[in-house]
Design a protein around this ligand. Structure first.
Ligand code: FES
Ligand SMILES: [Fe+2]
Length: 341
């Protein structure tokens, strides 16, 4: 159900502090915390004694103590103390997971620990680049992560799900170009000479005709970056000069919790008006509203899918962009192959 041998986003970096942070990822129960030097620990979130989640316990220094009977392990999962018992000390009692921090997110490796290569962490370089500003949040969505991928790789839904913010008729009417390789799928849509919808008109500072682009880029296991923006018509954006336009990258990192629930890490990085925290907040709130509209659709879909497990999704012309990522995911699931992010 979940591609193995990939890095999955655990959380935004600021969400993991010293205190235990419990998360289920791809059906694995995990607990994360930071040592005093801020380095990360990722352990199985199960006390080996009576199976209480370790996240119910307390972190002190670089160790975590179970909240039931006081078993204490270090970041390597090695027992350093069990009340009333000496012979457990020095024994590895708790499983660890490879964990890393990059581009404002914490990542965990699901698969064979020996294959965990930090070079395979998805490239979100904008998030660590001072020419851009990044912000966002995490939602818990009660749906299969693949429904989120479908949603993000087919933006024709914006016309119907988000009519008051980013949707407009031209989206559904403009053709898309789809390219793919064994690791990724890219869906590109240009809308030429259109009236910008409210979000873009406000940020561009003009309601004059513009060219609008949406380039959705999927990479395994379930990440979608959407390069979006507008530029005044006639300033050369379709030919590659975005100098008069504004660009944002919508970040969407889908981390399956279970078969029917997903941690959805989302955000936007932008290269315009970057020293404007009020705009950063406004964009985050606007995105939260937009994704809240998606959440309703996705959770209702999942309810039907769960109640009618034999029903198949139909694929129409608009679904080309989402069918290809599903094919890559299916391939990864059947072969178990490692595929670079
Ligand atoms: S359940 Fe954790 S120490 Fe007993
Ligand atoms: Fe949407």
């Amino acid at each position: 159900m979940f591609p193995k041998n990939h890095w999955y986003a655990v959380a935004w970096d600021h969400d993991i502090k010293q205190a235990p942070f419990g998360r289920t990822i791809c059906n694995e129960d995990m607990v994360f915390f930071r040592r005093p030097d801020r380095s990360l620990v990722a352990l199985e979130n199960i006390c080996p004694h009576r199976l209480l989640p370790l996240s119910e316990g307390k972190v002190a220094g670089d160790k975590i103590t179970c909240g039931y009977h006081g078993l204490t392990v270090d970041g390597a999962g090695t027992c350093v103390h069990m009340p009333g018992q000496e012979n457990l000390n020095g024994k590895r009692l708790v499983r660890t997971f490879p964990v890393a921090e990059r581009h404002r997110f914490v990542w965990v490796w699901i698969g064979d620990d020996d294959l965990a290569d930090e070079g395979l962490i998805p490239d979100l370089h904008w998030c660590s680049d001072s020419a851009w500003v990044a912000d966002g949040d995490t939602f818990h969505i009660k749906c299969d992560y693949r429904l989120l991928v479908d949603n993000l790789m087919d933006l024709t839904h914006e016309t119907y799900v988000h009519p008051t913010s980013i949707g407009q008729e031209e989206i559904a009417e403009s053709p898309i170009e789809t390219t793919s390789d064994e690791r990724s799928v890219t869906v590109t849509r240009w809308m030429h000479g259109i009236t910008p919808p409210p979000f873009w008109a406000n940020n561009l500072g003009s309601s004059e005709d513009c060219d609008r682009w949406q380039v959705c880029h999927f990479t395994l296991p379930a990440n979608v970056m959407i390069d979006v923006g507008v530029a005044p018509t006639g300033t050369g954006a379709p030919e590659g000069d975005r100098g008069k336009g504004i660009t944002g990258i919508v970040i969407d990192l889908m981390t399956p919790e279970t078969e029917t629930t997903t941690w959805y890490h989302w955000g936007m990085v932008r290269n315009f008006d970057i020293n404007n925290p009020a705009l950063t907040k406004q964009i985050r709130e606007a995105q939260a509203t937009v994704f809240g509209e998606d959440e309703v659709v996705l959770e209702r879909q999942q309810e039907i899918i769960s109640r009618h497990p034999g029903r198949r999704l139909a694929n129409f012309n608009i679904d080309k962009g989402s069918m290809l990522p599903r094919r890559l995911i299916d391939h990864a699931l059947t072969t178990g192959e490692q595929t670079a992010a």
